[in-house]
Design a protein around this ligand. Structure first.
Ligand code: ADP
Ligand code: ASP
Ligand code: MG
Length: 455
């Protein structure tokens, strides 16, 4: 657990760790029993829980039905959830008294959701509906820990997690509120709290976007300057390729923060895209572990060198390529600034960019106001849009300085049409855009070409 590896001490380090368990890890009564054992090792810690697997998806379905005022679907999905949780309660607890307490608490959550059928439904209500999953999983875990005689304390993320106007974590508020809450329970070593949920700068319930519990754990770790943030999930660490697409993948022992950030951002679902950033700022190691195989080493992400070689490949779906072609770009200055300003005005982040003397191609994954973006770009040249693209990202250290790495990447991809190539942007990443239909083939080809010899 914490301390398997030794890291430079943080000046304000407290002897504490964060352990985050994802949806599958708490996805059934048996899994909850298992997690309760795993966390019960005497170390002082904050345990961050996701909603039980499938719950957030179901809540999202309910919210979408509430927008449509489709009360039949609301009732249908809700009653399925209710019976699944009734079974969980039966299997999780042993005494009738605690089963009753859990069922009473659950009824409160279901009624809360049902009440939204009577009123207007907006994004505010949607966020409240989505928050119920984590509120329920932590309620159940705390009751189970109490029933089995373990001393623990549930703290409510809505009392300390807050994002500011820019949707960034309000670190000052989080740090002071979380420390105050822990101080109120100085005799407790085991704290349980919710991932994903927070309040925004209006004080309303909000969230850190899908998969955001990893981010919650990293933010809390940075706020408390803990020794280590552990992300427990259903796989034994960050693998060198997407295990959902490629068969022969294997866990990576070590990654730098930069490498992990690139992988998370470019599609390695095991980590929420921005989850490494708060831990990296405070130089707190992040360890990825498997709940199902806790004896396995997993992946350790830190500022320690991880070796100068290609570590992994990931793919980000849902990419749109926008090309702006103009003779006015030729030998002109200020052209790119004007183009970027259009993206800025539309609040559309750009992932990748390649240029030639007369054209620039950019990738985006936010397309809600695409037509207005394209209209405005049209003032600067002819615009072409390719939808259904995919960024394949090859991550490692010193990629550009290792002779032969680029040759190996491109010879692996020799049979695949490449739409864009970005090389040299950082020492950690080569990114390539391919048509979405080529994704599987590209990931498999890179697996063969880059990792088979290292096996
Ligand atoms: P949790 O519910 O614990 O947050 P997630 O489903 O969000 O878990 O993330 C774990 C999943 O990420 C794995 O089951 C795996 O299918 C997927 N995944 C995608 N890319 C990778 C990768 N490079 N390494 C490991 N897992 C990956
Ligand atoms: N429950 C949320 C989701 O499914 C957050 C998380 O699991 O990280 O997206
Ligand atoms: Mg996740």
């Amino acid at each position: 657990m914490a301390g398997v590896y030794t890291f430079a001490a943080h000046s304000e380090a407290v002897e504490m760790i964060i352990q985050k368990f994802g949806g599958t890890s708490v996805g059934s009564a048996q899994r909850m029993h298992h997690v309760a054992k795993l966390i019960d090792d005497g170390a002082r810690k904050v345990v961050v829980l996701s909603a039980m697997a499938g719950t957030t998806n179901a809540l999202l379905e309910i919210a979408q039905a509430l927008y449509r005022k489709d009360h039949g679907t609301v009732e249908n999905v809700l009653s399925k959830l209710q019976s699944a949780y009734a079974q969980t309660v039966n299997e999780l607890f042993s005494t009738d008294e605690v089963k009753q307490a859990a069922n009473d608490a659950l009824l409160h959550h279901w009624n809360h959701i049902r009440a939204f059928t009577l009123d207007m439904f907006t994004v505010f209500e949607e966020r409240t509906v989505l928050a119920q999953g984590e509120l329920i999983s932590t309620m159940l875990m705390q009751l189970y820990l109490e029933e089995s005689g373990r001393k623990s304390c549930k703290i409510n993320a809505l009392d300390f997690m807050r994002i500011d106007q820019q949707l960034e974590p309000d670190m000052w508020y989080i740090e002071s509120s979380l420390k105050r809450l822990l101080k109120e329970h100085e005799d407790t070593d085991l704290f349980i709290t919710q991932g994903f949920i927070c309040r925004n700068h209006f004080g309303d319930i909000d969230n850190l976007k899908r998969g955001g519990s990893d981010y919650s754990a990293s933010i809390m770790g940075a706020a408390l300057k803990v020794e280590e943030v552990q992300i427990w999930t259903d796989i034994d660490g960050m693998h060198n390729n997407d295990p959902r697409v490629v068969k022969e993948t294997r866990p990576i022992e070590r990654l730098t923060f930069d490498e992990a950030a690139e992988l998370a951002y470019f599609g390695a679902k095991i980590l929420h895209p921005t989850s490494v950033l708060p831990a990296r700022k405070q130089n707190i190691p992040v360890v990825l572990k498997s709940t199902m195989a806790p004896e396995k080493a997993g992946t350790i992400i830190s500022n320690q060198p991880s070796g100068d070689f290609i570590k992994a490949v990931a793919a980000k779906d849902g990419i749109t390529v926008v090309k702006i072609k103009s003779d006015r770009m030729l030998l002109a200055y200020g052209f790119l600034r004007k183009v970027f300003e259009v993206f800025e005005r539309h609040k559309v982040p750009i992932d990748m960019i390649t240029t030639s003397e007369v054209a620039v191609s950019l990738t985006i994954d936010k397309t809600d106001n695409l037509s207005s973006l394209i209209n405005e770009l049209g003032e600067y040249g002819s615009v072409e849009v390719d939808k259904d693209q995919c960024i394949v990202c090859i991550v490692g250290h010193l990629l550009q300085e290792n002779p032969g790495d680029a040759a190996r990447i491109f010879s692996a991809l020799k049979d695949i049409p490449l739409r864009m190539i970005s090389y040299g942007g950082s020492k950690n990443n080569v990114s390539i855009v391919v048509d979405a239909s080529m994704k599987t083939k590209a990931l498999q080809a890179l697996n063969e070409g880059l990792f088979h010899l290292q096996a």
